[in-house]
Design a protein around this ligand. Sequence first.
Ligand SMILES: Cc1cc2nc3c(=O)[nH]c(=O)nc-3n(C[C@H](O)[C@H](O)[C@H](O)COP(=O)(O)O)c2cc1C
Length: 330
Amino acid sequence: MANLATKYAGLTLSSPIIASSSGLTDSLNHIIELEKAGVGAVVLKSIFEEEILMEMDQVKHQMTGKPYVFPETMDYLDEEPHEDLIRAYLRLISESKKVVKIPIIASINCISNQKWTYLAQEIEKAGADALELNLFNLPSTTEMPAGEIEEMYLEIVEKVVSLVKIPVTIKLSHYYTALGQMLLKYSKTKVKGIVLFNRYYSPDIDINAQEVSGSFVLSSPSDIALPLRWIALSSGNLKVDFAASTGVHDGESVVKLLLAGASAVQVATVIYKNGLNSVSALNDFVLNWMKDKNYQSISEFQGKLNYKSLNNPASWERSQFMREFRHFVK
Ligand SMILES: Cc1cc2nc3c(=O)[nH]c(=O)nc-3n(C[C@H](O)[C@H](O)[C@H](O)COP(=O)(O)O)c2cc1C
């Protein structure tokens, strides 16, 4: 009988649908509900060093009367690393492990080198099944060359994988100058999985108030184009698993991403919009499609249409519209 089991980053998942790091995965109750809904794993809401620093700044201000100063707080944080946010996060991991069977993947986003490694080790001790590094700070600086930023990320990854035994995955943005080469470099570290791509808070403009406002929080279905292409280009050639993120709103997209070579897909928007039932809708669609095409397992078709498997891989490389453009211009 066909089943949805898949292997991702050294973990065996009962479904390729992973609940993405977000407010959906920030509490024990949510995690229990997500397991019941049929996800194969959850990625906990990221713990952000920036958030910890802000909290520590506040505590320091209350205790010493000293002004709120971010960089100074870094030193303070080193002396007193066991504050509330971290403790609550580690407790969420250990409590989740007691009540659900699905893998719990923790997630961190740090600024300083030592915090990446400190948190990674604590998370491993708390019992997480894997750790996702949310590897992104907006590269808006005009002072740091691309190579330096990318080297910094690689160093962080190499340091973390050398310190923990649980599988480490990285969740990337597409803000790279030479993404193909970076993916190759990452795949040569001991990283077990790469998530393409994260989606970030992006400010908008309110044209009536003429001010910077809100954000485009949720994705659109057409957003899968980017992970689809990059997973198809990379999955057959690099020795690392891929999970897709951004724009997976329906079962058809899940099948496309698996055919492109993804081992799993992460979802947030579709659950925010349509509720927990959307998880079983995704699972059912994939299972029915598999039955229809006579596949018993995901491994039978995973990567079937990736760059390496196709006779005409140029279809994944084409980037200019050319022919389509001619149709539109009369
Ligand atoms: C409200 C919200 C909070 C999020 N928080 C995080 C986070 O803490 N860490 C992270 O790596 N991604 C975070 N994300 C990004 C999601 O994990 C996901 O990559 C993104 O929403 C794209 O997937 P989707 O199209 O299924 O929504 C967040 C997304 C949303 C909407």
